[in-house]
Design a protein around this ligand. Sequence first.
Ligand SMILES: Nc1ncnc2c1ncn2[C@@H]1O[C@H](COP(=O)(O)OP(=O)(O)O)[C@@H](O)[C@H]1O
Ligand SMILES: [Mg+2]
Length: 307
Amino acid sequence: MNAIEITGLTKQFTGKRMSKVNALNGLELEIAEGEVFGFLGPNGAGKSTAIKLLMGLLSPTSGKASIMGKDASLTESRRHVGYLPENPAFFDYLSAEEYISFVGLQFMMDTSLLKRRSYDVLKRLELWDARKRPIRGYSKGMVQRVGLAQVLVHDPDVFILDEPMSGLDPIGRALVKDIIIDLKKRGKCVFFSTHITDDVEKVCDRVGVIIKGNLVALDRVENILRSGMEGYIVHLQLSTEDLGSFAGFEAVRRAGSVSEFYVPCSAFNGFMGAVNFSGREVVLVETKRRDLEDFFLSLVTKSQESR
Ligand SMILES: Nc1ncnc2c1ncn2[C@@H]1O[C@H](COP(=O)(O)OP(=O)(O)O)[C@@H](O)[C@H]1O
Ligand SMILES: [Mg+2]
């Protein structure tokens, strides 16, 4: 069974003066159990709309979604889901500890288990020292971490996180990535949105790119990275008379007796054959590729040109 299934999901809002806003157009997605999926798109792309439809907070104009085989319109579908909204707002007169207990009780957790898990998540999210203070006095990053703690406490099977890294400093972001990697190891499904490619590149199995309500790309992260492979930078130890060129290639950079050559993938075997034949020393070979950011930006640019 897939953890999440979305078919033809469409949402049209009525904007100012009855104008129509197509926030989501016929989204099709299947997310497997145990999969970490990055839902990547610029601001206003429709990510939160899709997530709210999944969580039953909005009703679709057409199409449908289900979680663990249960229709998203049913409360039952959310029993095994942890949800982090995009701008979490909590009862801020409660402390983190009280709030986490409140959430655990909503999920009907046994009190001794709740106590143990509450300790674990408050420690893990570095909220332990602040646990008795009201959330009102927390920084933005701490509030975001309370959001993640309440998602983790009842140990659901499916995590739906709307921009879980937003508002966090680099250490906070790294912590969230670690948590997602841990969840993956434990076989959990994580569906999260972001507008930052780096968040996806490090932790996701697959990525879907959404722009203006349309899913414009869907693939395994490793496939995208591999297809972006352009060539190699080969650093060679050369003698002074042939410093600037080798085997018909001009050096792109020189430092002392080492010259760097850009060799496209198609010419790599021939180039290395010439290196072997000449007996020259290879100092370093680097790969040169388009990363996920380049891939994402090219899709965004394409969509702007087609307007
Ligand atoms: N309640 C609403 N009423 C009207 N328009 C909305 C509403 N919610 C979102 N939108 C519009 O739908 C589009 C997608 O928004 P959203 O899903 O929040 O994007 P994202 O989360 O990717 O930044 C935007 O153009 C946004 O202005
Ligand atoms: Mg959003």
